[in-house]
Ligand binder design. Structure first.
Ligand SMILES: [Zn+2]
Length: 321
């Protein structure tokens, strides 16, 4: 059974897709916003130009331009369009049935989720890293798009959907490898989906989920979980320490595409502020750290960063002459 047919109309209706057709399909999940003021653009350009060891902090808002919806944006975010909520950590650990449902849906969503491409924001951040402007990129996203774009100094605050961990031992396996194992174990699972969510989940019926086989850890027989921080789970200490160290040794913090609603992200802005590091924020809509920011710009990250990068690049070229 093909999930596309059953779910597409309902989803389209929910997100008002038909009225959005004039927008580029890559912008379906980007919230609407007013054009940015030139003065704001220049302030953010100066912020990036004047700092040379910037900690970047990114959230789901930068991946919307790659076609992945975020969680909280008004009208187009996952929470606005459905009552679906991510599985809490304790439920995943406690119930085999919940894990089977999770992995069956994740298995069907994987081909689409894993093939998403980086957009201009990811590419410009990579160029800024190459130009020695960026100390590190801390991301709350699990979509691997910074790495796909070529950034090397990436800290995945909430883990990655591209790696799988064992809850019992230190085994870590590649998510692509697990997909092959799932395929071998579940030859009758023929559902497909073009649906996409920030964590790679899709909708399946109970009938489709039943009978889905999930392998145990090959090393110890333990339970496999994506190497993602679920709701109610804690960010590993070494990741927290690495973030602290990098913020401490940076000269500024640039926040992109996140409301910082999640405390693990907000606390990075608090740390930077307490250490006297200037903060700039580029996001559509309010964020939890607006009061801490020296520069706050509302707008689409890909558009604004492209314009700023062109200005900085042009200036570099004219200085060479
Ligand atoms: Zn194990």
């Amino acid at each position: 059974m093909n999930v596309i047919c059953t779910n597409t109309r309902e989803i389209m209706n929910k997100i008002g897709y038909l009225s959005c057709r004039s927008r580029s399909s890559s912008l379906t999940f980007v919230p609407k916003c007013e054009p940015v003021k030139d003065s704001d653009l220049l302030k953010l350009k100066d912020f990036i130009h004047n700092h040379n060891s910037i900690c970047i902090l990114t959230g789901a808002g930068i991946s919307t331009e790659s076609g992945i919806p975020d969680y909280r944006s008004e009208g187009v975010g996952l929470y606005a369009r459905s009552d679906r909520r991510p599985v809490p950590y304790k439920d995943f650990c406690a119930s085999e049935a919940i894990r089977r449902r999770y992995w069956a849906r994740n298995y069907v969503g994987w081909p689409r989720f894993s093939s998403v491409k980086p957009n201009s924001t990811h590419k410009i951040l990579k160029k800024l890293e190459d130009a020695n402007k960026v100390r590190c990129t801390i991301t709350q996203n699990v979509d691997n798009l910074h790495t796909k774009a070529g950034s090397r100094r990436v800290i995945e605050l909430h883990g990655t959907a591209f790696r799988v961990m064992c809850l019992n031992c230190d085994e870590r396996i590649c998510r692509y490898y697990l997909q092959d194992v799932f395929t071998r174990m579940n030859p009758n699972m023929t559902a497909t989906s073009q649906m996409i969510r920030p964590d790679g989940d899709v909708d399946l019926s109970q009938e489709q989920v039943e009978g889905f086989q999930v392998p145990p850890c090959e090393n110890c027989g333990g339970v496999l979980k994506p190497d993602i921080i679920f709701f109610g789970d804690n960010v590993p200490r070494q990741v927290v320490e690495s973030v602290k160290y990098n913020v401490e040794h940076s000269d500024s913090l640039l926040v992109l595409g996140t409301t910082l609603t999640t405390y693990s992200g907000y606390r990075i802005a608090l740390q930077a502020n307490n250490a006297g590091k200037p903060i700039a924020i580029l996001n559509i809509g309010k964020t939890r750290a607006d009061d801490l920011a020296e520069v706050k710009v509302e707008g689409r990250c890909g558009d604004i960063l492209s314009r700023i990068y062109a200005m900085i690049d042009q200036r570099k070229e004219s200085m060479k002459c």
